[in-house]
Design a protein around this ligand. Structure first.
Ligand code: GRG
Length: 296
């Protein structure tokens, strides 16, 4: 019998936690302070949405979970690095993340900068140091995919657009462009890396890419709604920051009711991309629901 979604999710989250812990250098290994700060930043928090997507797609593509685990760690390490850098005073200047002090508050700014740098390197090691695909060319494609998703044509570029947009009016199209890069690129990569560990026809890969794109935007709209409606204790980070910093968001441009409408539309589009897979895409469909229904 197939496992219920909450059990599957808890199992993958625990698996990812163990894998990340094994991969991160021990806190008593020199340079101890940096390694302790890396572990502080990655372990014991976070929903692990990106690794869950990687495992769900890997399952769909018939991939060996041991291979998927490496890819899932890589995506989460890039995500963790982005959060540490995003929280720095020169960026979003946040003091709370995942319910605890941000890395630069707990340690110091220089350490937080180095934590982000080191996590990014560790992510690429995770893809490069083990066999993830039968075809080495496919594995190289995965490496290139993650590099693009994290770089200036992906997440880092989206962050640059975000910083430039503070206090500006953006159109809905401009906001979408920003989020396709800032949040969407890594979520899309999480989906495709799971596929890369297995075998899929090109049309199937394209359908999953579309699912990933819709899911990335969906994730962001829900994030904007939560930022405007939830409290800091529930979110584990400072609530209402977007409005306080005068940042354009789906809520500031559309208002809450239309932002919900847009989230529903994206959810339908994401589901339509999964339809051809039938029950094989069950976990991805469940994750899409989880992303919409989440409270933090
Ligand atoms: C610094 C290069 C660089 C990039 C930063 C992703 C990002 C770009 C900044 C994060 C800021 C932010 C709050 C973006 C909104 C969407 C998002 C990524 C939320 C946090 O992700 P969750 O909810 O976090 O998956 P957890 O803690 O569950 O892992």
């Amino acid at each position: 019998m197939t496992q219920a979604f909450p059990n599957w999710m808890a199992e993958i989250q625990a698996r990812v936690e163990r894998a990340l812990s094994r991969r991160l250098p021990a806190a008593d290994l020199a340079p101890c302070r940096l390694h302790a700060a890396m572990r502080y930043s990655v372990l014991g928090g976070g929903k692990r949405v990106r690794p869950l997507l990687t495992f769900a797609t890997g399952e769909l593509a018939g991939a060996d979970p041991a291979r998927v685990e490496h890819a899932a760690c890589a995506v989460e390490l890039i995500h963790a690095y982005s959060l540490v850098h995003d929280d720095l005073p020169c960026m979003d200047d946040d003091r709370m993340r995942r319910g605890k002090p941000t890395t630069h508050v707990e340690y110091d700014e220089a350490t937080a900068l180095l934590v982000g740098d080191s996590l990014q390197s560790l992510a690429f090691s995770a893809i490069a140091e083990a066999r993830l695909a039968d075809d080495p060319a496919q594995q190289l494609d995965m490496l290139a995919l993650l590099a693009r998703a994290a770089g200036s044509r992906g997440m880092a570029g989206g962050q640059a657009i975000d910083l430039a947009a503070v206090g500006q009016q953006l159109t809905l199209e401009e906001l979408e462009f920003m989020h396709i890069h800032k949040t969407g690129a890594l979520i899309r990569a999480a989906v495709l890396l799971g596929a890369g560990c297995g075998k899929l026809a090109p049309a199937e890969r394209e359908a999953l890419d579309h699912f990933g794109k819709c899911t990335g935007l969906l994730f962001q709209i829900v994030d904007d709604i939560l930022d405007s409606e939830a409290d800091s204790a529930t979110l584990g980070k400072t609530a209402g920051k977007d409005a306080a910093q005068n940042k354009p968001t789906y809520v500031s441009i559309l208002g809450v009711p239309r932002a919900h409408e847009m989230a529903n539309q994206l959810r339908s589009q994401a589901q339509a991309a999964l339809d051809p897979f039938g029950p094989r895409a069950r976990r991805l469909a469940e994750l899409s629901h989880f992303i919409v229904a989440r409270q933090f």
